[in-house]
Unconditional design. Sequence first.
Length: 385
Amino acid sequence: MAYQFPCPVAKKCGGCQLTNLSYEEQLSFKQAKVIRLLGKFGRVSEILPSPSPFHYRNKVQAAFGTTRSGEIISGVYQSSTHNIVKVNSCLLENKTADAIIVTVRSLLRSFKLSAYNDKTGRGFLRHVLVKTAVGTGEVMVVLVTGTREFKSKNDFCRALLEKHPEITTIIQNVNNRFTSLVLGEEQTVLFGSGYITDELLGKKFMISPRSFYQINYGGTKLLYSKALEFADLHSGDRVIDVYAGVGTIGMLASGTAGEVLSVELNADAVADARRNAKLNGIQNMRFVCADATEFLLGMAAEHEKADVVIMDPPRAGSTVPFMKSVCTLAPERVVYVSCNPETLARDLHYFVQHGYKVKKIQPVDMFPHTQHVETVCLMSRVEGK
Ligand code: SAH
Protein backbone atom coordinates (compact mmCIF):
# COMPACT_ATOMS: atom_id res chain seq x y z
CA MET A 1 0.00 0.00 0.00
CA ALA A 2 1.22 3.51 -0.75
CA TYR A 3 2.69 5.45 2.16
CA GLN A 4 0.24 7.77 3.90
CA PHE A 5 1.63 10.89 5.57
CA PRO A 6 -0.30 11.17 8.83
CA CYS A 7 -1.26 14.86 8.53
CA PRO A 8 -4.83 15.93 7.76
CA VAL A 9 -3.88 19.40 6.42
CA ALA A 10 -0.78 18.48 4.39
CA LYS A 11 -2.36 19.46 1.05
CA LYS A 12 -3.71 22.82 2.19
CA CYS A 13 -0.59 23.77 4.13
CA GLY A 14 2.04 22.87 1.56
CA GLY A 15 4.89 23.01 4.10
CA CYS A 16 5.81 19.38 3.47
CA GLN A 17 6.51 18.40 -0.11
CA LEU A 18 7.54 14.76 0.25
CA THR A 19 4.37 13.47 1.88
CA ASN A 20 4.08 10.58 -0.58
CA LEU A 21 7.40 9.11 0.57
CA SER A 22 8.27 7.25 3.76
CA TYR A 23 11.29 8.67 5.63
CA GLU A 24 13.57 5.97 4.17
CA GLU A 25 12.34 6.82 0.67
CA GLN A 26 12.89 10.54 1.30
CA LEU A 27 16.50 9.86 2.21
CA SER A 28 17.03 7.88 -1.00
CA PHE A 29 15.33 10.64 -2.97
CA LYS A 30 17.63 13.32 -1.50
CA GLN A 31 20.71 11.13 -1.90
CA ALA A 32 19.85 10.61 -5.58
CA LYS A 33 19.32 14.35 -6.06
CA VAL A 34 22.72 15.20 -4.59
CA ILE A 35 24.40 12.48 -6.66
CA ARG A 36 22.69 13.77 -9.80
CA LEU A 37 23.92 17.32 -9.17
CA LEU A 38 27.29 16.73 -7.51
CA GLY A 39 28.28 13.17 -8.39
CA LYS A 40 30.52 14.44 -11.19
CA PHE A 41 32.79 16.10 -8.62
CA GLY A 42 33.40 12.98 -6.54
CA ARG A 43 31.86 10.30 -4.39
CA VAL A 44 28.82 11.42 -2.42
CA SER A 45 28.76 9.97 1.10
CA GLU A 46 25.57 8.49 2.41
CA ILE A 47 23.14 11.17 3.63
CA LEU A 48 23.03 11.63 7.41
CA PRO A 49 19.40 11.35 8.54
CA SER A 50 17.88 13.88 10.92
CA PRO A 51 18.16 12.42 14.45
CA SER A 52 14.45 13.18 14.84
CA PRO A 53 12.48 12.95 11.60
CA PHE A 54 9.41 14.43 13.31
CA HIS A 55 8.92 17.45 15.60
CA TYR A 56 12.41 18.76 14.86
CA ARG A 57 11.47 22.42 14.31
CA ASN A 58 12.54 24.41 17.36
CA LYS A 59 11.20 27.69 15.94
CA VAL A 60 7.44 27.64 15.53
CA GLN A 61 5.23 30.40 14.25
CA ALA A 62 1.44 30.49 14.19
CA ALA A 63 -0.83 33.08 12.59
CA PHE A 64 -4.05 33.99 14.37
CA GLY A 65 -7.39 34.84 12.80
CA THR A 66 -11.15 34.52 13.19
CA THR A 67 -13.44 32.37 11.07
CA ARG A 68 -16.74 33.65 9.64
CA SER A 69 -18.55 31.95 12.48
CA GLY A 70 -16.43 33.87 14.99
CA GLU A 71 -14.09 31.09 16.11
CA ILE A 72 -10.50 32.17 16.81
CA ILE A 73 -8.11 29.89 14.96
CA SER A 74 -4.34 29.61 14.73
CA GLY A 75 -2.15 27.87 12.24
CA VAL A 76 -0.26 28.43 9.01
CA TYR A 77 -1.10 30.42 5.91
CA GLN A 78 -2.34 28.24 3.11
CA SER A 79 0.46 28.21 0.54
CA SER A 80 0.57 31.50 -1.42
CA THR A 81 -2.60 32.89 0.21
CA HIS A 82 -3.51 34.73 3.37
CA ASN A 83 -6.06 32.14 4.50
CA ILE A 84 -5.17 30.50 7.77
CA VAL A 85 -5.25 26.71 7.87
CA LYS A 86 -6.10 25.65 11.39
CA VAL A 87 -3.27 23.59 12.89
CA ASN A 88 -3.27 22.30 16.45
CA SER A 89 -0.27 20.08 16.11
CA CYS A 90 2.21 19.83 13.27
CA LEU A 91 4.42 16.80 12.63
CA LEU A 92 7.47 18.99 12.09
CA GLU A 93 7.04 21.36 15.00
CA ASN A 94 8.22 21.06 18.58
CA LYS A 95 5.34 19.54 20.55
CA THR A 96 5.61 21.87 23.54
CA ALA A 97 5.55 24.88 21.22
CA ASP A 98 2.35 23.65 19.60
CA ALA A 99 0.75 23.04 23.00
CA ILE A 100 1.70 26.59 24.10
CA ILE A 101 0.07 28.04 20.99
CA VAL A 102 -3.15 26.11 21.66
CA THR A 103 -3.11 27.40 25.25
CA VAL A 104 -2.64 30.99 24.07
CA ARG A 105 -5.64 30.52 21.80
CA SER A 106 -7.86 29.32 24.63
CA LEU A 107 -6.62 32.12 26.91
CA LEU A 108 -7.65 34.72 24.33
CA ARG A 109 -11.21 33.54 24.79
CA SER A 110 -11.11 33.61 28.58
CA PHE A 111 -9.47 37.07 28.60
CA LYS A 112 -11.90 38.36 25.94
CA LEU A 113 -9.05 39.28 23.62
CA SER A 114 -9.47 39.13 19.85
CA ALA A 115 -7.39 37.87 16.96
CA TYR A 116 -6.00 40.39 14.49
CA ASN A 117 -7.65 40.82 11.12
CA ASP A 118 -5.04 41.55 8.47
CA LYS A 119 -7.63 42.98 6.05
CA THR A 120 -9.06 45.61 8.41
CA GLY A 121 -5.94 46.07 10.54
CA ARG A 122 -8.07 45.67 13.68
CA GLY A 123 -7.89 43.20 16.49
CA PHE A 124 -5.25 42.07 18.94
CA LEU A 125 -3.14 38.93 18.47
CA ARG A 126 -1.43 38.47 15.09
CA HIS A 127 1.12 35.76 15.61
CA VAL A 128 2.72 33.67 18.30
CA LEU A 129 6.36 32.74 17.87
CA VAL A 130 7.83 30.07 20.12
CA LYS A 131 11.55 29.30 20.16
CA THR A 132 12.95 26.39 22.12
CA ALA A 133 16.58 25.95 23.12
CA VAL A 134 16.66 22.18 22.91
CA GLY A 135 20.05 21.87 24.61
CA THR A 136 18.96 23.71 27.77
CA GLY A 137 15.17 23.40 27.66
CA GLU A 138 14.62 27.18 27.75
CA VAL A 139 11.49 28.39 25.95
CA MET A 140 10.68 31.84 24.55
CA VAL A 141 7.17 32.98 23.68
CA VAL A 142 6.71 36.08 21.54
CA LEU A 143 3.17 37.46 21.36
CA VAL A 144 2.94 39.59 18.24
CA THR A 145 0.10 42.05 18.67
CA GLY A 146 -1.59 44.55 16.39
CA THR A 147 -1.97 47.04 19.25
CA ARG A 148 0.35 48.24 21.95
CA GLU A 149 -2.41 48.01 24.48
CA PHE A 150 -2.55 44.57 26.10
CA LYS A 151 -5.43 44.26 28.54
CA SER A 152 -4.61 42.31 31.74
CA LYS A 153 -1.22 41.35 30.40
CA ASN A 154 0.15 40.34 33.78
CA ASP A 155 -2.75 37.99 34.46
CA PHE A 156 -2.49 36.65 30.93
CA CYS A 157 1.21 35.82 31.41
CA ARG A 158 0.53 34.33 34.82
CA ALA A 159 -2.15 32.04 33.36
CA LEU A 160 0.14 31.02 30.50
CA LEU A 161 3.03 30.27 32.88
CA GLU A 162 0.78 28.28 35.14
CA LYS A 163 -0.10 25.96 32.26
CA HIS A 164 3.46 25.94 30.86
CA PRO A 165 6.05 26.38 33.60
CA GLU A 166 8.73 25.47 31.02
CA ILE A 167 8.41 28.97 29.50
CA THR A 168 11.42 31.03 30.56
CA THR A 169 10.64 34.33 28.84
CA ILE A 170 7.61 36.09 27.32
CA ILE A 171 7.88 39.06 24.97
CA GLN A 172 5.27 41.32 23.44
CA ASN A 173 6.15 42.49 19.95
CA VAL A 174 3.96 45.18 18.40
CA ASN A 175 3.36 44.95 14.67
CA ASN A 176 0.65 47.37 13.54
CA ARG A 177 1.65 47.62 9.89
CA PHE A 178 0.16 46.08 6.79
CA THR A 179 2.99 43.67 6.14
CA SER A 180 3.64 39.99 5.73
CA LEU A 181 6.63 40.22 8.06
CA VAL A 182 5.85 38.55 11.36
CA LEU A 183 7.79 40.76 13.77
CA GLY A 184 7.37 44.50 14.22
CA GLU A 185 9.96 46.96 15.51
CA GLU A 186 8.66 47.58 19.01
CA GLN A 187 9.23 45.07 21.77
CA THR A 188 8.56 44.74 25.50
CA VAL A 189 9.72 41.97 27.77
CA LEU A 190 6.77 40.78 29.85
CA PHE A 191 8.51 37.99 31.72
CA GLY A 192 12.10 36.76 32.10
CA SER A 193 15.14 38.12 30.29
CA GLY A 194 13.87 38.54 26.73
CA TYR A 195 16.15 35.86 25.31
CA ILE A 196 16.92 32.17 25.68
CA THR A 197 20.33 30.52 25.79
CA ASP A 198 21.02 27.24 24.03
CA GLU A 199 23.98 24.91 24.36
CA LEU A 200 25.31 23.27 21.24
CA LEU A 201 28.50 21.20 20.96
CA GLY A 202 29.87 22.71 24.16
CA LYS A 203 29.20 26.37 23.36
CA LYS A 204 26.42 28.67 24.55
CA PHE A 205 24.31 30.71 22.19
CA MET A 206 21.95 33.51 23.16
CA ILE A 207 18.87 33.65 20.97
CA SER A 208 16.65 36.72 20.77
CA PRO A 209 13.31 36.97 18.91
CA ARG A 210 15.09 38.07 15.74
CA SER A 211 18.32 36.06 15.84
CA PHE A 212 18.90 33.50 13.15
CA TYR A 213 19.49 30.08 14.63
CA GLN A 214 19.32 26.73 12.87
CA ILE A 215 15.90 25.17 13.46
CA ASN A 216 16.80 21.47 13.76
CA TYR A 217 18.97 20.98 16.86
CA GLY A 218 20.04 17.37 16.26
CA GLY A 219 20.56 17.98 12.55
CA THR A 220 22.65 21.08 13.24
CA LYS A 221 24.95 19.11 15.52
CA LEU A 222 25.59 16.65 12.68
CA LEU A 223 26.06 19.41 10.12
CA TYR A 224 28.46 21.49 12.20
CA SER A 225 30.40 18.43 13.37
CA LYS A 226 30.96 17.45 9.72
CA ALA A 227 31.99 20.98 8.80
CA LEU A 228 34.53 21.00 11.66
CA GLU A 229 35.80 17.53 10.83
CA PHE A 230 36.34 18.60 7.20
CA ALA A 231 38.05 21.84 8.31
CA ASP A 232 40.62 19.68 10.20
CA LEU A 233 41.87 22.61 12.25
CA HIS A 234 45.24 23.04 13.95
CA SER A 235 46.36 25.47 16.58
CA GLY A 236 48.11 27.89 14.23
CA ASP A 237 45.37 28.01 11.60
CA ARG A 238 43.84 31.23 10.41
CA VAL A 239 40.19 30.56 9.61
CA ILE A 240 37.68 32.75 7.82
CA ASP A 241 34.02 31.92 8.51
CA VAL A 242 31.98 33.70 5.86
CA TYR A 243 28.19 34.08 5.66
CA ALA A 244 28.60 33.45 9.36
CA GLY A 245 25.14 34.31 10.73
CA VAL A 246 25.46 34.63 14.50
CA GLY A 247 28.93 33.12 14.27
CA THR A 248 28.07 29.59 15.36
CA ILE A 249 30.44 27.61 13.14
CA GLY A 250 33.31 30.05 13.69
CA MET A 251 32.84 29.88 17.46
CA LEU A 252 33.01 26.10 17.40
CA ALA A 253 36.14 26.35 15.22
CA SER A 254 37.78 28.87 17.56
CA GLY A 255 38.48 26.13 20.10
CA THR A 256 41.11 24.50 17.90
CA ALA A 257 42.07 27.20 15.39
CA GLY A 258 44.62 29.96 16.00
CA GLU A 259 42.27 32.75 15.01
CA VAL A 260 38.87 33.07 13.36
CA LEU A 261 37.58 35.94 11.29
CA SER A 262 33.78 35.93 11.06
CA VAL A 263 32.15 37.83 8.19
CA GLU A 264 28.42 38.52 7.99
CA LEU A 265 26.24 41.14 6.30
CA ASN A 266 23.36 41.37 8.76
CA ALA A 267 24.22 43.84 11.54
CA ASP A 268 21.86 42.25 14.09
CA ALA A 269 23.45 38.85 13.53
CA VAL A 270 26.93 40.35 14.00
CA ALA A 271 25.84 41.99 17.26
CA ASP A 272 24.49 38.62 18.45
CA ALA A 273 27.73 36.95 17.39
CA ARG A 274 29.85 39.40 19.40
CA ARG A 275 27.66 38.89 22.44
CA ASN A 276 27.90 35.12 22.06
CA ALA A 277 31.69 35.24 21.77
CA LYS A 278 31.79 37.15 25.06
CA LEU A 279 29.41 34.67 26.68
CA ASN A 280 31.81 31.86 25.76
CA GLY A 281 34.95 33.76 26.74
CA ILE A 282 36.29 33.53 23.19
CA GLN A 283 39.24 35.83 22.53
CA ASN A 284 40.65 34.68 19.21
CA MET A 285 37.74 35.81 17.02
CA ARG A 286 37.10 38.99 15.11
CA PHE A 287 33.68 39.93 13.74
CA VAL A 288 33.19 41.97 10.61
CA CYS A 289 29.88 43.29 9.36
CA ALA A 290 30.35 43.42 5.59
CA ASP A 291 29.31 42.03 2.26
CA ALA A 292 31.22 38.78 1.82
CA THR A 293 32.34 39.55 -1.71
CA GLU A 294 33.52 43.09 -0.99
CA PHE A 295 35.35 42.03 2.14
CA LEU A 296 37.12 39.10 0.51
CA LEU A 297 38.08 41.27 -2.48
CA GLY A 298 39.72 43.65 0.00
CA MET A 299 41.59 40.85 1.71
CA ALA A 300 42.79 39.45 -1.59
CA ALA A 301 43.98 42.91 -2.70
CA GLU A 302 46.03 43.21 0.48
CA HIS A 303 47.64 39.82 -0.11
CA GLU A 304 46.23 38.39 3.07
CA LYS A 305 46.35 34.65 3.66
CA ALA A 306 44.04 32.10 5.23
CA ASP A 307 44.50 28.43 6.02
CA VAL A 308 40.85 27.46 5.96
CA VAL A 309 37.76 29.19 4.58
CA ILE A 310 34.36 28.01 5.82
CA MET A 311 31.48 29.38 3.76
CA ASP A 312 27.73 28.95 4.25
CA PRO A 313 25.95 31.19 1.73
CA PRO A 314 22.17 31.53 1.31
CA ARG A 315 20.26 29.58 -1.35
CA ALA A 316 21.54 31.74 -4.19
CA GLY A 317 25.07 30.52 -3.49
CA SER A 318 28.18 32.65 -3.77
CA THR A 319 29.53 35.04 -6.39
CA VAL A 320 32.36 34.70 -8.89
CA PRO A 321 34.36 37.66 -7.45
CA PHE A 322 34.01 36.08 -3.99
CA MET A 323 35.30 32.72 -5.17
CA LYS A 324 38.05 34.42 -7.16
CA SER A 325 39.17 36.17 -3.96
CA VAL A 326 39.10 32.91 -2.04
CA CYS A 327 41.37 31.37 -4.68
CA THR A 328 43.74 34.35 -4.30
CA LEU A 329 43.85 33.90 -0.52
CA ALA A 330 44.73 30.29 -1.36
CA PRO A 331 43.55 28.45 1.76
CA GLU A 332 44.57 24.79 1.97
CA ARG A 333 40.97 23.83 2.57
CA VAL A 334 37.58 25.28 1.74
CA VAL A 335 34.55 23.91 3.57
CA TYR A 336 31.37 24.81 1.73
CA VAL A 337 28.10 24.37 3.66
CA SER A 338 25.18 24.65 1.28
CA CYS A 339 21.42 24.61 1.53
CA ASN A 340 21.00 24.36 -2.23
CA PRO A 341 22.82 21.64 -4.18
CA GLU A 342 22.05 23.40 -7.48
CA THR A 343 24.03 26.55 -6.68
CA LEU A 344 26.64 24.40 -4.92
CA ALA A 345 27.17 22.49 -8.20
CA ARG A 346 27.66 25.79 -10.05
CA ASP A 347 30.11 27.10 -7.43
CA LEU A 348 32.08 23.83 -7.19
CA HIS A 349 32.55 24.01 -10.92
CA TYR A 350 34.30 27.37 -10.47
CA PHE A 351 36.55 26.14 -7.66
CA VAL A 352 37.51 23.03 -9.61
CA GLN A 353 38.45 25.21 -12.59
CA HIS A 354 40.60 27.45 -10.37
CA GLY A 355 42.90 25.19 -8.42
CA TYR A 356 40.71 23.21 -6.02
CA LYS A 357 39.79 19.57 -5.83
CA VAL A 358 36.59 18.25 -4.28
CA LYS A 359 37.51 15.75 -1.56
CA LYS A 360 34.29 15.04 0.28
CA ILE A 361 30.58 15.57 -0.28
CA GLN A 362 28.29 14.91 2.67
CA PRO A 363 24.52 15.46 2.45
CA VAL A 364 22.68 16.01 5.74
CA ASP A 365 18.90 15.86 6.14
CA MET A 366 18.09 18.94 8.19
CA PHE A 367 14.49 19.27 6.99
CA PRO A 368 12.67 15.92 6.82
CA HIS A 369 9.45 15.81 4.75
CA THR A 370 10.45 18.94 2.84
CA GLN A 371 12.36 19.00 -0.43
CA HIS A 372 15.37 20.72 1.13
CA VAL A 373 18.74 19.08 1.55
CA GLU A 374 21.88 20.47 3.16
CA THR A 375 25.34 19.50 1.90
CA VAL A 376 28.81 19.95 3.38
CA CYS A 377 31.63 19.80 0.89
CA LEU A 378 35.38 19.73 1.48
CA MET A 379 37.75 21.08 -1.15
CA SER A 380 41.51 21.17 -0.98
CA ARG A 381 44.03 23.21 -2.91
CA VAL A 382 45.85 21.43 -5.67
CA GLU A 383 49.62 21.88 -5.19
CA GLY A 384 51.31 24.14 -7.69
CA LYS A 385 48.17 25.90 -8.86
N1 SAH B 1 26.53 29.92 9.09
C1 SAH B 1 25.37 30.41 9.78
C2 SAH B 1 24.35 31.17 8.91
C3 SAH B 1 24.08 30.66 7.54
S1 SAH B 1 22.71 31.45 6.74
C4 SAH B 1 24.70 29.30 10.55
O1 SAH B 1 24.97 28.13 10.35
O2 SAH B 1 23.87 29.60 11.41
C5 SAH B 1 23.53 32.50 5.57
C6 SAH B 1 23.98 33.83 6.13
O3 SAH B 1 24.57 34.59 5.08
C7 SAH B 1 22.87 34.70 6.69
O4 SAH B 1 23.19 35.03 8.02
C8 SAH B 1 22.88 35.95 5.79
O5 SAH B 1 22.60 37.14 6.51
C9 SAH B 1 24.30 35.97 5.30
N2 SAH B 1 24.52 36.68 4.04
C10 SAH B 1 23.70 36.76 2.96
N3 SAH B 1 24.27 37.47 2.00
C11 SAH B 1 25.47 37.88 2.44
C12 SAH B 1 26.53 38.66 1.88
N4 SAH B 1 26.44 39.15 0.65
N5 SAH B 1 27.63 38.86 2.63
C13 SAH B 1 27.74 38.34 3.88
N6 SAH B 1 26.78 37.61 4.46
C14 SAH B 1 25.65 37.37 3.76
